[in-house]
Design a protein around this ligand. Structure first.
Ligand code: SAH
Length: 250
């Protein structure tokens, strides 16, 4: 393979899990970000924290491609569930991405990215298939990964993996009214987060394969379902570490 695989997360806890699996990582600071070069299960990898939001995501993606010559990008993180069957503890793998806050109407149709003639960007089909298989494997054996107490605490009953449309925007969606509006506007959307679609646009520009997996941390509504930091630490970061390992083991 030509260049390294990029492993990206938005949140510190998730990257920490991945870095813990890399025996020989070396830091490089570039564009205000720390990149860790190293190896994981025999793969040449570069790990980085994107930060939160579309601009941070786009500059991170560009640096990974221009500076490190990555040949594929895998993003793991958390998201708010939108579709009715997408529950806390489930996993969403993106097949397509859309910027739900893109609106240059009436010059362009709502959600269309000006200059591209389209509102959605695709994930790489082959890499996404591999990510779905890795996620399914991890979900099948979840009690072994998390322990019964964590399964009970977070009420994780047979979590599922969903494949479909992922929304991104520069907004943490945390009211029932806002998530209802998104569901009405974009009924096929599975979940909402703040980075994926920006990565997808940059990867489209450069022709670099991208796959994104998100653990559902909340339902993007008023109800605080759990202690978010605890969910992140005890559930989401363990999911992402295990999914990345399963993916790279092949
Ligand atoms: N405690 C964290 C909160 C970040 S939550 C902190 O202080 O850093 C926002 C991150 O989680 C974003 O990176 C976004 O991609 C994702 N996310 C999870 N739930 C979301 C929601 N309901 N709406 C938008 N983004 C969400």
């Amino acid at each position: 393979m030509a260049g390294p695989t990029a492993l990206v997360s938005a949140l510190r806890e998730e990257l920490a899990t991945v870095l813990g699996l890399m025996p020989d990582e070396q830091q490089q600071v570039f564009g205000g970000r720390t990149f860790w070069r190293g190896h994981l299960h025999g793969h040449d990898v570069v790990a980085v924290l994107s930060g939160i939001g579309k601009v941070a995501a786009a500059t991170t993606a560009t640096a990974l491609i221009e500076r490190f010559g990555v040949q594929r990008i895998v993003f793991t993180g958390v998201a708010g569930g939108l579709a009715p069957g997408v529950r806390v503890g489930d996993v969403v793998v993106a097949r397509q991405f859309l910027q739900h806050d893109m609106d240059a109407s009436p010059i362009f149709p709502r959600h269309e990215v000006p200059g591209y003639g389209r509102s959605t960007f695709d994930a790489d089909a082959a890499l996404t298939d591999q990510l779905v298989r890795a996620s399914d494997m991890v979900l099948k054996d979840l009690p072994a990964l998390l322990g019964d107490e964590v399964m009970r605490t977070f009420d994780l009953q047979s979590p599922r993996c969903h494949l479909g449309l992922l929304l991104s925007g520069d907004r943490f969606v945390s009211t029932t009214a806002e998530s209802a509006a998104l569901r009405e506007d974009l009924p096929t959307a599975l979940a909402v987060e703040m980075e994926g679609a920006a990565f997808a646009q940059v990867c489209h520009d450069y022709g670099v394969p991208l796959a994104v997996v998100r653990t559902i941390s909340d339902r993007a509504d008023d109800a605080a379902h759990v202690d978010f930091p605890r969910f992140l630490h005890e559930v989401a970061s363990r999911y992402s570490g295990a999914i990345v390992e399963a993916l790279l083991r092949g």
